[in-house]
Design a protein around this ligand. Structure first.
Ligand SMILES: NC(=O)c1ccc[n+]([C@@H]2O[C@H](COP(=O)([O-])OP(=O)(O)OC[C@H]3O[C@@H](n4cnc5c(N)ncnc54)[C@H](O)[C@@H]3O)[C@@H](O)[C@H]2O)c1
Length: 450
């Protein structure tokens, strides 16, 4: 896409499949019916063609005038699968001219406007920063970073190079999450004293220990490790399962915390907490292969309210009998939202407590319906590429929600409270905790100073 046309506010129209999927789009939806011309074609490359890279791409190619021209993965089989399952699919028929194990080749390609970064978490920051430096916009998966320092560097790179960088927290593009957040902001709940966030994963259980083994054929394992410490190949730490290891991720705290804390921050209009305490451990599966806690609670302090996180792997009955969600506990009622809908439970009437009569602020369940809000999130990114506006899940919004997640993990691993200077983005009075704000990279990789 030419620079000049980038500046024009020319929003995409969708292909037939995409238009049908967005038929429930509410009035405030981003798209118009303007049809982009050939010069407005957006060429993208995918870096990390695993489960989520493919899911993202599937929605990108539903948008008219978006073309995937490059597929990059350190595992050749993932590239082949992405070409055959997504790009060769009926109605898509695209061929990635560039396939490579080295993401820097994608960044060097002058005809590529944007990249999807669908790599494991430890490989989000570098491709994002280098893509910004190469003049490309970035759709980067959550969780944004594996350290607070990475996230700050990503924000700086996006701003310095004037890039659109959107994090894959698709709830920001969901009508029902937007409605729930507006309800919280309306003040109808009264003063909010507590925000609870949680994720219980009953579909994931024990992960038996397996021995280290040979690197699978067609995989550049050294490139998969990248900035993470060198170690022998182990299938438990590879595709998808990397999220249960500190070297590559932050466990369920960052995996689902990135989604839920984002909603809490959005509704409460906050940036980061002033402290975190956390407990937890491997209580469900003490001897299994996972490293990160299968059970964890975090309490964060904000000036006017408290925020909490809890997670459990192997259990499905979280707070409010839901397996994930956010609950805003106000003086008039509690609003509970998750991916399936939202509702407001009225507070008991304090005057007539024995009878447990209820105030009138309760709201019956608002179901999410079939809206494809992931597609709306991708559409928002494309719209912003054209308008140069900030996307709904701008990189800084993502960074802010990751601060709480990372502080939660730091407090759990250190076994003590971590105090945080929100303005300076630094730990207060704890050099050991401050060291955890950044991570050492394995040579030759370095986190660029932006
Ligand atoms: N938005 C969502 O709801 C959502 C859902 C699932 C996963 N995710 C996120 O997506 C990311 C990927 O998760 P996944 O489950 O798809 O993992 P995955 O292991 O299936 O996919 C990651 C892919 O990246 C590849 N890769 C690793 N290093 C690379 C490099 N240097 N260059 C190119 N490719 C490289 C791997 O070989 C693998 O194919 C994670 O950060 C995860 O948190 C987001």
């Amino acid at each position: 896409m030419k620079q000049g046309s980038r500046r024009r506010f020319l929003r995409d129209s969708l292909g037939a499949a995409g238009a049908a999927a967005l038929s429930a789009t509410p009035a405030r939806a981003a798209s118009t019916d303007a049809v982009a011309g050939a010069n407005d074609r957006i060429r993208i490359g995918v870096i990390g063609c695993g489960g989520q890279g493919r899911s993202d791409l599937k929605d990108f190619v539903k948008i008219r005038n978006v073309e995937c021209v490059a597929l990059c993965d350190v595992d050749d089989a993932q590239i082949a699968k992405t070409q055959s399952e997504i790009l060769d699919a009926p109605g898509v028929g695209q061929k990635a001219a560039l396939t490579t194990r080295d993401f820097r080749r994608v960044l060097d390609a002058k005809d590529i406007d944007a990249v999807i970064v669908g790599t494991p978490d430890h490989w989000h920051a570098l491709p994002t920063i280098l893509a910004c430096q190469a003049g490309k916009d970035v759709y980067v998966e959550k969780p944004l970073s594996v350290s607070i320092a990475e996230g700050r560097a990503m924000v700086k790179a996006a701003r310095k190079h004037d890039r659109v960088v959107q994090m894959g927290t698709q709830q920001r593009s969901a009508t029902h999450f937007t409605d729930a957040v507006e309800y919280v902001k309306s003040g109808k709940l009264g003063r909010i004293r507590l925000v609870r966030n949680w994720a219980y994963l009953d579909w994931k259980g024990e992960m038996p220990v397996v021995a280290d083994g040979p690197v699978p054929a067609g995989v550049d394992y050294d490139a998969w490790l990248g900035p993470a410490p060198a170690r022998p190949f182990n299938a438990n730490r590879f595709h998808f399962l990397f999220r249960w290891y500190w070297d590559y991720s932050g466990g369920l705290m960052t995996d689902w915390g990135a989604h839920m804390i984002d909603i809490a921050n959005w509704a409460m209009g906050v940036k980061a907490p002033s402290s975190a305490v956390s407990v937890g451990g491997k209580f469900g599966y003490p001897d299994d292969a996972k490293e990160t806690p299968d059970t964890q609670q975090v309490v964060w302090a904000y000036p006017q309210f408290t925020m909490t996180w809890e997670h459990a792997i192997g259990l499905g009955r979280g707070p409010e009998s839901r397996e994930h969600g956010v609950a805003f506990v106000g003086e008039n009622g509690t609003l509970v939202v998750d991916r399936s809908g939202w509702e407001v439970f009225a507070e008991t009437d304090k005057i007539d407590k024995k009878l447990r009569t209820y105030k009138t602020v309760g709201l019956p369940r608002q179901t999410a319906g079939n809206e494809e809000y992931h597609l709306r999130h991708v559409q928002d990114f494309i719209d912003c590429m054209r308008s140069r506006a900030r996307p709904r899940s701008d990189v800084e919004i993502g960074h802010d929600s990751m601060i709480a997640c990372h502080l939660g993990n730091m407090a759990q691993r250190l076994g003590r409270m971590v105090k945080w200077d929100v303005e300076k983005e630094a730990v207060i009075g704890d050099p050991e905790a401050q060291k955890m704000v950044s991570r050492a990279y394995r040579a030759p990789w370095v986190l660029p100073i932006v």
